[in-house]
Design a protein around this ligand. Structure first.
Ligand code: DGL
Length: 279
């Protein structure tokens, strides 16, 4: 690929479902001229309760497909898939593959003063110990308190899929219940270690005192992508808004358009369908 062609190639982004659109949105805001291809594996979501080997297999299928489309860089916009498959994907394709765990871990290490950091994520992410390792690789003196919070994924999915919005106090109570083990634990920084969680940012923030800082790994990852493209001299040369392509394994056309529009904040009517089930 010539350097001009590579500069103008899209960034590939994928997630187990639509939560990863929080990363696509952060990328769009930071890099408005870049083309983005997003794949959400909604037909096989959630990844959180699956065995890591299965998540690795799914991630590899998607990563190879995105590389085949000519993406210049691929973002695994899913913590569970990053924990299970980042290394395998990096070895499988010849473009940079970035996950969401390293950027979030680094931001938490930089932010904490009490040196006590909380991490919430799916069962798969927390069981993998990937955040603990990433944080300890940067600073062995930081205490990490990890908590699986799968019900928060469920809450987001229910609301996105059913468009059933809980009364605000019920919603807040569900979030508070799930986070209860972390409250009063003296953490001063909390990593939102699941790309669904930025969609509950206000509710999570309201559970803690004002001084507790939330790390949104979606935004941190977008920063890292910016820096990587800058160092590689691979920014798009276009001055027009980049083209956004959305693809999902979720079957309901109306639903996938509605969910994508809601997270991205503008109307999307052409989410495409693709399934990897037969591969
Ligand atoms: N978005 C996924 C993550 O960041 C969580 C959803 C799932 O369980 O598939 O881990």
């Amino acid at each position: 690929m010539s350097s001009i062609t590579r500069k103008n190639a899209p960034i590939g982004v994928f997630d187990s479902g639509f939560g990863g659109l929080t990363v696509a949105k952060a990328l769009r805001e930071m890099l408005p001229h870049e083309d983005i291809v997003f794949f959400g594996d909604s037909g096989r979501c959630p990844y959180g309760p699956r065995e890591p080997e299965e998540v690795e297999k799914f991630s590899l299928q998607i990563c190879n497909w995105l590389a085949g489309l000519g993406c210049k860089l691929i973002v695994i916009a899913c913590n569970t898939a990053t924990a299970a498959a980042l290394a395998t994907c990096q070895m499988a394709v010849d473009v940079p593959v970035m996950g969401v765990i390293q950027p979030g871990a680094r931001a938490a290490v930089e932010a904490t003063r009490s040196r006590k950091v909380g991490v919430i994520g799916t069962v798969g992410t927390i069981t993998s110990g990937a955040y603990l390792k990433a944080i300890r690789n940067l600073d062995c003196g930081i205490q990490v308190v990890s908590l699986p919070t799968p019900n928060l994924v469920q809450l987001v999915e229910d609301e996105l899929i059913q468009e059933y919005i809980e009364a605000l106090d019920v919603r807040q109570a569900r979030v508070m219940d799930e986070l209860a083990p972390l409250l009063g634990g003296n953490i001063d920084t909390l990593v939102l270690g699941c790309t669904h969680y930025p969609l509950l940012y206000n509710e999570i923030k309201a559970c803690f005192t004002e001084d507790v800082r939330l790390v949104n790994s979606s935004e941190e990852t977008a920063h890292d992508v910016f820096e990587t493209l800058d160092r590689r001299d691979e920014f798009s040369e276009s001055r027009e808004p980049g083209h956004l392509r959305f693809v999902t394994s979720g079957v309901d056309t109306e639903l996938r358009n509605r969910i994508a529009s809601r997270i991205m904040g503008f109307e999307i009517t052409d989410v495409e369908f693709k399934s990897f089930d037969e591969e």
